[in-house]
Design a protein around this ligand. Structure first.
Ligand code: F6P
Length: 322
């Protein structure tokens, strides 16, 4: 293997740069050239490649975002787009690819494999943590730490004013950001898409009044079936007009920032393992970390993360947040 490519795709996540750095430096160790594709699958179609060497990835391990840019390419969903991408990859002499992204990225790679013989190994880069085959995706730890920092601040003002705050966090299909950061910030309720959100029960709980805290934090994942934070807050206001309710939508702030130590180390391990996996002839699999060890999961399995969170976690949150 003489030349490989690396790209980032889908929503960016803190730690993607650390992963790119690991890919480039591991490849250099094995005398493999690396080309970076700018803007994910769209960059493949537009022939937007750059040479990456040891120096070009210096000083990026601590930076959020992705130096290779990212996109969600509609053109790549067409056969014409894929054929164009393949032609460009061949022209660039690419013999293997490291794809850093989430489920859309790996679904794209699976589709592409129907016409392409270039092996692809993936590293899970998404703040949502919604991939099977890894305990933590790259960016998840940073995102949940961003959330708890924000919610701690909201708690101060909520407590001072005796208010209820409905906080909306990212997670279109998965509630793992809401669940973990909700537990860590002592939220009184967590609404996630994987479980049925019982708004009547929430109203009952709120109606009982304050016990130990004069503030309440209701954490809502954006993809929850109860609707977003505004919808939940409107129901509370309608049923319990005596409560002082505010909404805070944390939004894309959760995607940025300097990666945590955990994200930097995980991303480095995954990028390193991805190059070695390509060298060993692997294809269509995702590198993950399970119980601290590198794990390999075929893309078809990795993209099917529909597990409901462990019921113990929700039960524990209920008891601890009294
Ligand atoms: O990266 C995944 C994610 O954070 C989802 O939770 C969210 O719905 C989505 O990205 C929003 O991304 P964008 O605004 O870039 O389309």
């Amino acid at each position: 293997m003489k030349t490989i490519a690396v790209f980032t795709s889908g929503g960016d996540s803190p730690g993607m740069n650390a992963c790119i750095r690991a890919v480039v430096r591991t490849a250099a160790y094995y005398n493999i050239q690396v080309k970076g594709i700018i803007g994910g699958y769209q960059g493949m179609i537009e022939n937007d490649f750059i040479d990456l060497d040891i120096k070009s990835v210096a000083n990026i391990i601590q930076r959020g975002g992705t130096i290779l840019k990212t996109a969600r390419s509609k053109d790549f969903m067409t056969i014409e787009g894929q054929e164009k991408a393949l032609k460009n990859l061949k022209h660039q002499g690419i013999e293997g690819i490291v794809a850093i992204g989430g489920d859309g990225t790996f679904k794209g790679a699976l589709e592409f494999s129907k016409i392409s013989d270039i092996p692809v190994v993936g590293c899970p880069g998404t703040i949502d943590n919604d991939l099977a085959g890894t305990d933590f995706t790259i960016g998840y730890d940073t995102a949940i730490n961003t959330v708890i920092e924000a919610v701690d601040k909201l708690r101060d003002t909520a407590e001072s004013h005796n208010r209820v705050f409905v906080v909306e966090v990212m997670g279109r299909d998965a509630g793992l950001i809401a669940l973990r950061s909700g537990i860590a910030s002592g939220a009184e309720e967590i609404f996630i898409p994987e479980t049925r959100s019982d708004i009547d029960n929430l109203i009952k709980k709120l109606a009982k009044g304050r016990k130990n805290k004069s503030s309440k934090i209701i954490m809502v994942a954006e993809g929850d079936e109860a609707g977003g934070a505004f919808k939940v807050s409107n129901v509370i206001k309608e049923k319990l007009p005596e409560l002082d309710v505010r909404v805070s939508i944390l939004g894309h702030i959760q995607r940025g920032g300097s990666p945590t130590c955990m994200d930097r180390v995980n991303a480095s391990r995954m990028g390193f393992a991805a190059v070695e996996a390509l060298k060993e002839g692997n294809n269509m699999l995702m590198i993950g970390i399970v119980n601290m060890n590198i794990a390999y999961t075929p893309f078809e399995k990795a993209v099917k993360h529909i597990e409901a969170p462990h019921p113990d976690l929700l039960r524990m949150m209920e008891i601890l947040s009294m």
